[in-house]
Design a protein around this ligand. Structure first.
Ligand code: ACO
Length: 333
């Protein structure tokens, strides 16, 4: 696929250190070898070193050039425990509790990213989205100027005239159950920046609703309208418009009737859903009915990149998410 090829090339140009805390997981081990071989990132596996080496040997995976860190024996653990305690003490954290929590590879990996020992983290082949996001939200937190961490999917729809020849960016489809207007505005801005940085497109952001430019009145519509205003005010340099229905966003003929003066309607390539029910259902509809490839969910808005995998992921998926995370780390200012 063309886009993933470009992302690999970007990752290869400036190799970043990416930590994989599910170090003894089979697909992760297979992926690690490939990531190293392709020069996509410097891989760090976290876990019981002996178990990791045993599993790798069984799978015939060559771990040469791949760093392995065991939280139980690492000289860094004490430092991470102290740092974690400092970050969370106002929330009731004690040093004793911190010592236990940081030995969990997900927390250990997140602390590596926090203190700069790694540039990014990828996990989720065995853990749930919440398991991964919680340490990220507690420790890494949001980037300056960003109010919420959210996620995006790059949708590649075959034989499709909409978006950028069938490529569209959808958000938020995986993290925030019910964002308020300010949070929705933040999601729209973050997704526009992501579309520019990763997909290299000029983002045209549609704030989706069941109403187009005042055709219906309801508190749900009002939220999207307010979010659009906030986003426009915060980032006048971006093309963001709404509220609008999906057809007005992507179909030129419908846009010319419903929103003739919009710089986005009819040409949208970034779709912002009003809540997680709409977003999650929306991307799955396109994925299943239109047989679209859905790359993601990729997280955005963290101060440093952390990404989730589906538990049904393949080792190829892990390789691709690591490449994406490495490129996000390159763009991390
Ligand atoms: N952005 C920034 N910070 C956040 C966010 C966010 N989106 N959400 C929570 N936080 C912060 C909180 O303020 C809190 O900070 P603090 O502890 O420093 O005060 C911390 O993160 C933990 O917050 P909680 O409310 O305790 O976390 P919660 O248990 O609600 O978990 C989570 C947050 C995991 C993101 C939750 O909202 C969630 O489960 N979302 C849905 C995930 C999901 O199931 N997605 C669908 C499946 S994915 C798919 O289909 C592809």
């Amino acid at each position: 696929m063309e886009l993933m090829k470009k992302i690999w090339e970007m990752a290869q140009k400036d190799k970043k250190r990416i930590v994989l805390p599910e170090g003894d997981e089979e697909r992760t081990l297979v992926a690690s070898e490939k990531i190293h071989k392709e020069g996509l990132a410097e891989v760090i596996l976290v876990g019981d070193s002996e178990k990791i080496r045993e599993k790798a040997a069984k799978l015939g995976v060559n771990l040469e050039g791949i760093e392995i860190i065991n939280p139980e024996t690492s000289e860094k653990t004490k430092h991470y425990v102290n740092e974690f305690y400092e970050i969370r003490k106002s929330k009731g954290m004690t040093l004793e509790k911190a010592d236990k929590i940081v030995r969990d590879p997900l927390y250990f990996g997140t602390m590596m990213v926090k203190v700069g020992d790694a540039h990014g983290m990828v996990s989720g082949a065995v853990h749930t989205t919440g398991d991964l996001l919680r340490p990220g939200l507690q420790i890494i937190k949001t980037a300056p100027g960003v109010s919420v961490v959210s996620s995006f999917f790059i949708m590649m729809v075959p034989d499709c005239e909409y978006g950028e020849e069938g490529m569209l960016v959808f958000s938020d489809c995986a993290v925030n159950p019910n964002p308020n207007a300010e949070q929705l505005a933040s999601i729209a801005i973050a997704t526009a920046d992501t579309a520019k940085a990763l997909c290299k497109i000029d983002p045209k952001v549609a704030m989706l609703s069941f109403s187009t430019m005042g055709s219906a009145d309801h508190e749900l519509v009002e939220k999207v309208r307010k979010a659009t205003e906030i986003a426009k005010e915060l980032r006048p340099d971006l093309k963001i418009d709404g509220e609008m229905q999906l057809d007005a966003a992507i179909v030129k003929k419908v846009a010319s009737q419903k929103a003739p003066n919009s710089p986005v309607a009819g040409n949208a390539n970034v779709l912002i859903f009003p809540d997680l029910q709409a977003g999650n259902i929306g991307y799955k509809l396109v994925q299943r009915f239109a047989k679209a490839e859905a790359i993601g969910p990729v997280c955005q808005g963290f101060a440093k990149p952390i990404n989730d995998l589906s538990r049904g992921c393949s080792s190829e998926d892990i390789v691709n998410v690591v490449a994406l995370t490495a490129v996000q780390a390159q763009n991390n200012k």
